[in-house]
Write a protein that binds this ligand. Sequence first.
Ligand SMILES: C[S@@+](CC[C@H](N)C(=O)[O-])C[C@H]1O[C@@H](n2cnc3c(N)ncnc32)[C@H](O)[C@@H]1O
Length: 325
Amino acid sequence: MSASLPSGLRAAIDRALEGRTRAALAAKAAHLSDIYRAGGNSHTAVADEASALAYALARMPATYAAVAAVLAETGRRASDFSPQTLLDAGAGPGTASWAASEHYPGLTAIRMTDASPVFIDLARRLACEGAHPALRDAAVAPGDLARTEAALAPSDLVIAAYVLAELADAACSEAVTRLWDACGGVLVLVEPGTPAGYRRIIAARARLIAAGAVILAPCPHARACPLQEPDWCHFATRLPRSRDHMLAKAAAVPFEDEKFSYLAVARAHIAVAKAEARVLAPPRRSKAGLMLKLCRDEGIADVAVSRRDRAAFTRLRHVRWGDDY
Ligand SMILES: C[S@@+](CC[C@H](N)C(=O)[O-])C[C@H]1O[C@@H](n2cnc3c(N)ncnc32)[C@H](O)[C@@H]1O
């Protein structure tokens, strides 16, 4: 299991949910899912406080788990990076800010921006119950990523999680440039793990490489992505579901697999430990050993690890989808 919501955030959500019936929230959550699945955005899906609460209950655990998984990998690739300032652009209820404050306890200032007044209100309510001082004192303000004239606040760490999906293609490219301009250290983009999410990540990747960004993850190289359609680069994280989360999603099992695509890039002065390869799919295990689908400098390769090669098999037997190699 991967990162579940920190207890302080769960408690803050529970308090925000007080007085709401679970049936009403489940109906709102189902409505949200229908809109997101049909390609709609938060502007349509989250029009009132109850919908924002339904998002916090039904979607935030999964987007939190994805951001936490990406920050963990970012930390492995840039272990000396210790940001003091964070910009969480398109913060929603503050998901990435909560994940970053867990991962980077040295943060001293958090800024969240969002286009939605109801998300801004909820992000403020939740953050003021945070254990981390930077979360409690977070600046939470309206901000439209699609408005090119407004500069973003310069920050060591910039995160845009599940946001590019909500912008038109042209606005998306401009937003990536503005996010990078604001970034003094590391920029993290997370998108749904769908072909469309991957395409947005790949377009952002080309733009960022051209602007001088150094790739931290997931790619072990800065060449053109070697994956051929209909294949797409994505990963998954399994998260536990609380009873309320199960009710909100009418779920039968106490866990959920969140699929995501992502990109973490750094400014040139950040020290980066390069990955040799990335595991692009769940390893296939058999009596003979393991088959790994890898992305490497040379391209995509299926690599067999035989049990008879005891040193390699022992080193790789627990390797998982998304790990470096
Ligand atoms: C799917 S939610 C993701 C929220 C949060 N980042 C997360 O990972 O849970 C998308 C967020 O992007 C925000 N958003 C959409 N268009 C935006 C824009 N043009 N500028 C700023 N935020 C925007 C929405 O209001 C919403 O909060």
